[in-house]
Design a protein around this ligand. Structure first.
Ligand code: CAA
Length: 319
């Protein structure tokens, strides 16, 4: 039995804004965004899209391959919820034609929630190996117009099917955690845009990663040198570079570009998709890394402001 990700898929709308356009509006050099934060484009949802349509589109190809019979749980992860009560996953279940004997719930903890869903789903399928959990992470990141954070917007959705027949990534049972009550980024009910202390949030991200890495090691995790690829939560792609530099330094290791750059390629043209971002990084690494990743371990760092950080790992499956 191999527990982990059986299918993995993502969706972004066909519209985007080039960061050069934002730079022009803000009267700053485009290089600040192209190089300084490492973003080329941000995905933009048209009026006809929301987290439900993004999520349903992301999951559609998985349902086409797998069917619906063995899926008995849907976990919808978002910080762009459309209802304080009803899970967005209920709409998605109808759009996808899922069965009616399915449990369906929405989870929230900033950009981290899909990782919590993944770990809980792995535990669930260990108990019920003939059942599968559909996780949908779908978000639209919005900041105040003209604010510093405006350049780090984006949107996207990821769908993952978690089962005891992991065809893509077998998730290691060990992981490292860090949690702290901190006000680096949040969106109270009365606001449509997030409030953020940008520099502080980046600092908390790196600190949380260091704590989570130490916890991962104390729990018997793999050595830094074992990993073929590193995937990070990417609010903007340069954050991945900063994270990898920090983790390399902690481990007194050189910073090999080929082990973290492939994971940043897709996010560079999508922007921040919050809960989906780390798993878009994973898709980016799996599809863009050089050489065969079969049977090789990948490290993933998940960060949700507020904050929760988790360092997890898994082994890429053949083919
Ligand atoms: N050419 C090249 N580089 C340039 C440049 C130019 N002309 N002008 C500036 N730069 C560089 C700067 O030196 C800086 O690089 P370093 O960080 O390596 O020093 C980079 O461009 C950005 O410049 P600023 O720091 O001046 O940028 P800013 O104040 O306009 O905002 C930001 C950047 C703080 C990330 C902002 O986009 C923001 O607040 N974003 C939202 C918060 C966020 O994403 N936080 C990340 C961690 S929290 C998290 O991960 C959760 C989440 O998803 C939100």
């Amino acid at each position: 039995m191999k527990i982990g990700i059986e299918y993995l898929s993502f969706f972004v709308p066909q519209f985007y804004i080039d960061l050069g356009t934002i730079a022009e509006q803000q009267d700053v050099a485009a290089e600040k965004y192209y190089n300084g934060i490492g973003q080329e484009k941000m995905s933009m949802p048209p009026h006809s899209e929301d987290v439900v349509t993004l999520g349903a589109n992301a999951a559609h190809s998985i349902i086409e391959k797998n069917g619906v019979d063995d899926i008995d749980t849907v976990i919808f992860c978002t910080e762009t919820g459309i209802d304080q009560s009803k899970s967005a996953g209920i709409y998605v279940a109808r759009l996808l034609g899922l069965k009616d004997n399915v449990r369906n719930v929405e989870m929230k903890q900033a950009c981290y929630s899909a990782t919590a869903a993944l770990q809980l789903a792995c535990g669930y399928v260990a108990r019920k190996p003939n059942k599968k959990v559909l996780i949908i992470a779908s978000d639209i990141s919005r900041y105040d117009l003209g604010s510093n954070a405006e350049s780090s917007q984006g949107c996207g959705a990821v769908a993952m099917l978690i089962s005891s027949d992991a065809k893509i990534l077998e998730v290691d049972p060990v992981s490292g955690l860090h949690s702290e009550d901190v006000m680096d980024f949040w969106r109270p009910n009365h606001r449509k845009t997030a409030i953020v202390d940008g520099k502080f949030s980046a600092q908390k991200y790196l600190q949380s990663m260091a704590h989570a890495w130490n916890d991962y090691q104390e729990n018997g995790g793999r050595n830094f040198e074992e990993f073929a690829q590193f995937c990070y939560h990417l609010p903007f792609s340069k954050m991945g570079e900063k994270a990898h530099r920090h983790l390399s330094k902690i481990n007194s290791s050189p910073m090999a570009e080929k082990s973290y750059l492939p994971g940043m390629e897709l996010n560079r043209v999508i922007g921040n998709s919050y809960s989906a971002s780390l798993y878009i990084s994973l898709i980016s690494a799996l599809t863009r890394a050089e050489g065969d990743l079969s049977d090789k371990p990948i490290a993933l760092f998940s960060y949700g402001s507020g904050c929760v950080g988790e360092l997890l790992s898994g082994v890429v499956q053949p083919n």
